[in-house]
Write a protein that binds this ligand. Structure first.
Ligand code: ATP
Length: 235
């Protein structure tokens, strides 16, 4: 579904990604783990068209998308849930969800998906008229996910959904990621919480200072000495 071939991404003169290649097949949950500053967010931003690779290619559904505008990529079915949630604080929960569907015009489909988002996240239904800035961190993460789902994505790119959340909320968010995936949405999940990420994913990549240094079956990586020592606190 998604094939990244040897991309190099720069911020000015600083190279943030070195010859990165990954692939995601339809129906998978794939995770990309790595420490702070490894380049995880940079990779997601490059996939969703917010940054352009200097060299290399990104193939999505069999077509090149590097160089395409972010809005076109959303229309093609790729939705990005950014790090730090980025909900519109001065808009209500419902208005944020409506904005997620801005690329669509099928009113009946939008209403159906809004009802489904409220089913997945009953807390958002309870708070639908509330200003988003007044929500807790976990609720804002739910809203950011719900908003991305309103675009009816084929693939969801999630940037550190567990960041700053209490363990129970992290578990709730990961349960929903699994549910959304079971309903047919492919997921590429970026995480510093390697333990949770490797538990939900089928495959994983490890990124260190802009380079993929390990990849493979998530369960096997979770049990490998290298990953345990560097990312699981020796667990
Ligand atoms: P984090 O968990 O902190 O988001 P990350 O793995 O997502 O980490 P990136 O944010 O992708 O890492 O950053 C990768 C590298 O690129 C870092 O060295 C960072 O300092 C640098 N970088 C990120 N954004 C910019 C920018 N706008 N301008 C210059 N350098 C940047």
């Amino acid at each position: 579904m998604l094939q990244v071939n040897g991309i190099n991404v720069f911020y000015g003169n600083i190279q943030a990604l070195h010859d990165v290649s990954i692939h995601v097949e339809e129906g998978e949950i794939v995770t990309l783990i790595g420490a702070n500053g490894a380049g995880k967010s940079t990779l997601l931003k490059t996939l969703s068209g917010l940054l352009k690779p200097k060299t290399g290619e990104i193939m999505y559904l069999g077509k090149p998308i590097h160089g395409k505008a972010a809005q076109t990529i959303v229309k093609d079915g790729m939705s990005h849930v950014p790090e730090g949630r980025r909900v519109f604080a001065n808009l209500t929960v419902e208005e944020n969800l409506e904005l997620g569907a801005y690329i669509r015009s099928d009113k009946a489909g939008i209403a159906k998906d809004m009802a489904h988002v409220y089913e997945l996240f009953p807390r958002l239904l309870e708070r639908k008229k509330q200003l988003s800035g007044t929500l807790s961190g976990g609720e804002q993460q739910m809203l950011a996910m719900g908003r991305a789902l309103m675009a009816k994505p084929k693939i969801l790119l999630m940037d550190e959904p567990s960041m700053g959340l209490a363990p129970l909320m992290v578990k709730a968010i990961f349960d929903i990621i699994k549910m959304v995936n079971a309903e047919g949405t492919t997921v590429l999940l970026v995480e510093q919480n390697a333990h949770m990420a490797l538990s939900v994913a089928s495959r994983a990549y490890v990124l260190e200072t802009g380079r993929i240094v390990l990849s493979g079956d998530a369960q096997q990586l979770k049990e490998s000495d290298e990953v345990r020592a560097a990312y699981l606190g020796g667990l």
